[in-house]
Design a binder for this molecule. Structure first.
Ligand SMILES: C[S@@+](CC[C@H](N)C(=O)[O-])C[C@H]1O[C@@H](n2cnc3c(N)ncnc32)[C@H](O)[C@@H]1O
Length: 205
């Protein structure tokens, strides 16, 4: 039920996924291997697959989300390998992705340091990682503003604001916590930028 609610809600902000896919498409040669960790309904992977001949994998712990994402990819007529698995113990070989993305999900991981180490392991040398997530110090006012811009109906607006305040902010990390966790993974470079209510964390292996 939560998966279906999230799928319908985020489907209303599809433009955000399209923009992100276009941005990644500008960075990557076609044919590159791309991994999205915790893709949920799979919107980013599907939008990227529409733009070019990438080899795209999506790895999510939820069987329900994997099913939803597979169906959405089939409906869109694109090829994405959506698989079930845990970010902290990925069923994926070493050194196989040119780029990985983890959006709006990292704060949910039970073993975040293991997840960072796994990200580093599966990237090719020189490969890039991008984590986009909520900042713990995002103000309630800035979250309200962000949710107001999502095009949701009145009930979903109230519900989404409540989810941010009662769950998401509690599990989100500060910049210092991220810096500390990242010292335990073997990335060559790390850059953390604050952006709106979140962070963009770029890593290279
Ligand atoms: C809020 S959704 C984000 C989905 C998508 N990335 C987006 O931007 O809309 C969080 C996702 O994280 C997944 N997830 C949570 N813990 C996970 C883990 N340990 N490994 C893989 N996926 C996980 C959930 O199943 C869910 O699909």
């Amino acid at each position: 039920m939560v998966a279906k609610w999230y799928t319908a809600n985020t489907g209303k902000t599809l433009e955000e996924f399209t923009k992100l896919a276009r941005r990644i498409d500008r960075l990557l040669p076609h044919g590159s291997a791309v991994l999205e960790i915790a893709p949920g309904p799979g919107y980013f992977c599907i939008e990227l697959a529409k733009l070019g001949s990438y080899a795209i994998t999506g790895l999510d712990i939820s069987h329900t989300f994997v099913e939803i994402a597979r169906k959405k990819a089939a409906d869109a007529g694109v090829q994405v390998d959506f698989r079930q698995g845990n970010a902290s113990s990925m069923p994926l070989a070493n050194d196989c992705f040119d780029l990985l993305l983890c959006r709006a999900a990292f704060k949910n991981f039970g073993q975040p340091v293991r997840a960072l180490q796994e990200m580093c392991r599966v990237l090719k040398p020189g490969g890039r990682g991008l984590i986009i997530d909520l900042r713990k110090d995002a103000s309630v006012e800035s979250i309200n503003l962000e949710v107001d811009g999502m095009g949701l109906n009145a009930v979903n607006k109230v519900l989404t604001k409540l989810v941010f305040r009662t769950f998401l902010l509690k599990t989100a990390y500060t910049k210092e916590q991220f810096q500390q966790m990242l010292t335990q993974a073997n990335f060559r470079t790390v850059d953390i930028r604050e952006d709106g209510i979140g962070f963009e964390i770029s890593m290279t292996k």
